[in-house]
Design a protein around this ligand. Structure first.
Ligand code: FAD
Length: 382
């Protein structure tokens, strides 16, 4: 049944496109506004990560609306982590004692495109790309967008900000309501590097999440369907600015030969990747409240971005969508009650995963390589 309220979803990333599917299925007329060009046209801006780990929490949200099979068609299950020491052979640590439980490596772009495709196939959805939200009156739902340098206006009964870490909707709530926020940037940033396929095959085991724990720095690699791996190197960007310390091909090769010796042979484009790929920032967003006037809300990274070391940011955003949908069921689509209830139910969980993600950075870069930890794992899995 068509609902009389109109909803604007600002940000058509992972959370926004999934949320649009759910709200349109409830009968809302939904308009999505996205700052970037339509990623399905191929004009893709360099993303925050090429692939990501999708676990049961995220899959559940896709399964509920029948999107899991299509999205998972190209996913690669990773049943444990492969630890690469500086010297010696890599060692595999399974995620479960039976070795069967897995997290899935999935292309961020393919996932976003599949969700956009599903959302825009619904008759009550309109999507506007190249629309950057620049203003919002939370009392009335009046919005302003920058479109090709022009200013356009729009209005909706309900506005949900799914516009990520640097959310403009959150910025408008900060300017016009009592919202307070804290952004804690991590000293470490990240850079992506590639291990291409070798003779048409994966150059390492595709059934594992690969980790090179090195204390001050760390690298991970996830497999891609084209048999390449995307590596993410985490290193301090602050005062020491470690990334900038390697500015010549010789310095890059020397550093990797000493710290990541097996990668030198696996990554023939290492120097080029290193010199040309950008350094991304990482951090935790905490803000309160996530809503205003019963008509504006925040969801996903816009409300609670976390560092990526538990691989749960997108999974958590998908869980948000399921919870909001459940609360709309329970409240009979009363947004005045639903938005505060959504925050009440999700805050504790999102604060917990934010802390766990920070803790897991220490475990991934240090403890997984320690003999004590490996002995403990053997006992657990015996
Ligand atoms: P985003 O994906 O950031 O989407 C926000 C959208 O809003 C974007 O499309 C953006 O263009 C748009 N937008 C921004 N501003 C405006 C504006 N003013 N107007 C209109 N549109 C706007 N999570 C996992 O679950 N597993 C992983 O393995 C994982 N790995 C990660 C690795 C790295 C290196 C990083 C950085 C993150 C990782 N994450 C992972 C986290 C995950 O990427 C985020 O949690 C997830 O993308 C959040 O989705 P979102 O839709 O809330 O925000």
């Amino acid at each position: 049944m068509t609902k009389d309220k109109t909803v604007a979803v600002v940000g058509a990333g992972l959370a926004g496109s999934l949320l649009t599917c759910y709200l349109a299925r409830r009968g809302y007329t939904v308009t999505m506004y996205e700052r970037r060009p339509d990623p399905r046209t191929g004009k893709v801006e360099r993303g925050r990560s090429i692939n990501l780990a999708l676990s049961e929490r995220g899959l559940d949200a896709l399964r509920r609306i029948g999107l899991d099979r299509s999205v998972m068609a190209d996913a690669l299950p990773m049943r444990g982590r492969m630890i690469h020491p500086v010297e010696g052979e890599p060692g595999f640590q399974p995620y479960s004692s039976d070795g069967e439980r897995a997290i899935n490596s999935i292309s961020r772009g393919a996932l976003n495109n599949a969700l956009l495709e599903a959302a825009t196939a619904l008759p009550n959805v309109t999507a506007y790309f190249d629309h950057r939200l620049t203003g919002l009156d939370p009392k009335t739902g009046a919005m302003t967008f920058s479109v090709d340098g022009r200013e356009e206006t729009a209005q909706a009964d309900v506005v949900i900000g799914t516009d990520g870490f640097s959310s403009a909707v959150r910025g408008q709530l900060l300017a016009h309501t009592g919202l307070t926020e804290s952004l804690d940037f991590l000293e470490h940033g990240y850079k992506e590097l590639t291990i291409p396929a070798r003779d048409g095959e994966f150059a390492m085991d595709p059934g594992a999440l690969h980790i090179w724990p090195r204390g001050a720095s760390m690298m991970i690699a996830l497999p891609n369907p084209d048999r390449s791996f995307t590596c993410t190197l985490f290193w301090p960007t602050g005062g020491t600015n470690a990334f900038a310390s390697l500015s010549s091909p010789a310095a890059i090769e020397k550093h990797f030969a000493a710290v990541y010796p097996d990668v030198i042979e696996l990554a023939p484009n290492l120097v080029d990747d290193y010199l040309h790929n950008p350094v991304g920032v990482l951090g935790t967003v905490r803000c309160s409240p996530w809503h205003a006037y019963g008509r504006v809300g925040l969801l996903g990274d816009a409300a609670h971005a976390i560092v990526p070391f538990y691989g749960q940011g997108a999974n958590c955003a998908f869980e948000d969508v399921v919870e909001l949908d459940r609360i709309l069921d329970e409240t009979g689509d009363d947004w005045d009650r639903a938005l505060p209830e959504f925050e009440a139910r999700r805050r504790e969980n999102t604060e917990a995963i934010a802390r766990m993600a920070l803790d897991n950075f220490v475990e991934m870069r240090d403890k997984v390589a320690s003999p004590v930890f490996q002995a403990q794992k053997k006992v657990e899995h015996a």
